[in-house]
Design a protein around this ligand. Structure first.
Ligand code: GLU
Length: 377
């Protein structure tokens, strides 16, 4: 019932395709998978459903072409491999979609592109224009130019950001795993598939890392990305890409994989905060502030509740708020720089102007500029 409710009315879909669906060690590219995907995207189009693809595999294809073995962690080499592999990856998707009468377009993104509001709006316009022209956007991280330390890290997160910022109705992660299990099925053969995850359900005990040299994601990253999307009001499914007609069947409400139900949709600035790049710094708050922030009335963060300030940030940067146990509580736009905040932490707001020698906001982070996690991370 719930699946139908969330997935049958989807008009815009973001599908993330993991590297190992097209390329596994020692095996040729899986052209059957790609063909099946092209066919499904064409069928969705006939039903007036727009599809945006977020694809991985540039590094793996480039590595193979260059004869490099194992994981390529050296940055320059990884970026070179991506530069070799990206056109090959695009070629595969172009062919697979063209075989079913679809035109595709390539968009390569860096974390900076998505963090800069004017650039992000331009990208959104481009995606809208492509979809209006019935072209399938095929998106990947621009791995060969991304600056180390500010990359998306893996495409699960990129896909969640793309879904949130293009206002998709659903996000589907296709990989070589059937979904989220009660334990890692590779180590616990009796682990069961979890069909449904509700907002706020604790999942922090899940922690599988990436499954091979090809991909960077892994279950933990996928869960984090799924949470980001559901916090933006988007339902997420994790399912096995090789299941026949998996996309069509999911949208028909068939109970495949794991469905993460969405929370209340975030709009405008809050959506921006939830999906912005990694926070510039952190503030640790005391028990009282922690209670106030997570209470249903939703208070702002005041200087008196701040016990610790970590990292360097400017006023206007996005910072993460940690509870006394260092679990992440919220993200928000700081009204003070890290330097100022170190001076005014633990103080009553009225003492701030005297200490800083200028008038300042009573809040460290105003409630309107804050997104509180649905569950402690
Ligand atoms: N952007 C990387 C690539 O195309 C993949 C990152 C990931 O595995 O998620 O190779």
């Amino acid at each position: 019932m719930e699946r139908k409710q969330y997935l049958s009315k989807v008009r815009r879909l973001v599908v993330k395709i993991g590297t190992r669906l097209i390329l596994r060690a020692e095996q040729p590219v899986d052209l059957d998978f790609l063909d099946g995907l092209g066919r499904q995207v064409a069928r969705l189009r006939e039903r007036d459903i727009q599809t945006v693809l977020v694809v991985s595999g540039a590094v793996a294809l480039g590595r193979r072409a260059l004869g490099l073995s194992g994981r390529v962690d050296q940055v320059g080499l990884r970026q070179a491999a991506a530069a070799v592999g990206q056109p090959e990856l695009m070629h595969l998707y172009l062919e697979a979609l063209a075989a079913h009468g679809l035109r595709a377009a390539q968009i390569l993104l860096t974390a900076d592109d998505m963090a800069d509001r004017s650039r992000y709006l331009r990208i959104r316009n481009t995606v809208e224009a492509l979809l209006a022209e019935r072209v399938v956007p095929v998106i990947n991280e621009n791995d060969s130019v991304s600056v180390e330390g500010v990359t998306f890290g893996e495409n699960d997160r990129l896909a969640a950001i793309v879904a949130a910022k293009t206002h998709a109705d659903a996000l589907i992660f296709l990989s070589d795993e059937p979904g989220l299990h009660t334990a890692d099925p590779k180590q616990h053969p009796d682990a069961e598939l979890i069909g449904l995850v509700r907002p706020g359900e604790g999942l922090s005990h899940f922690g599988g890392e990436a499954g091979g040299a090809e991909s960077r994601g892994g279950m933990r990253k996928k869960i984090e990305a799924a949470r980001m999307a559901t916090e933006c009001g988007i339902p997420v499914v994790m399912a096995e890409g090789t299941v026949e007609n998996v996309l069509l069947r999911l949208l028909d409400g068939e109970p495949l994989g794991t469905l993460f139900l969405p929370g209340e949709p975030l709009a405008g600035r809050k959506l921006w905060i939830a999906t912005a790049r990694e926070p510039a710094g952190r503030v640790v708050v005391d028990e009282g502030a922690c209670r106030a922030l997570t209470s249903p009335d939703g208070a702002s963060l005041l200087p008196i509740g701040v016990v610790e300030v970590e990292g360097r940030f400017a006023a206007g940067d996005i910072v993460e708020v940690l509870g006394p146990d260092r679990r992440s509580l919220a993200r928000g736009i700081a009204n003070y720089s890290s330097e100022e905040l170190r001076k005014i932490k633990r103080l009553h707001s009225r003492e701030v102007p005297r200490l800083l020698g200028r008038p300042g906001a009573p809040e460290v982070i105003h409630r309107d500029n804050m997104v509180v996690s649905l569950e402690p991370r």
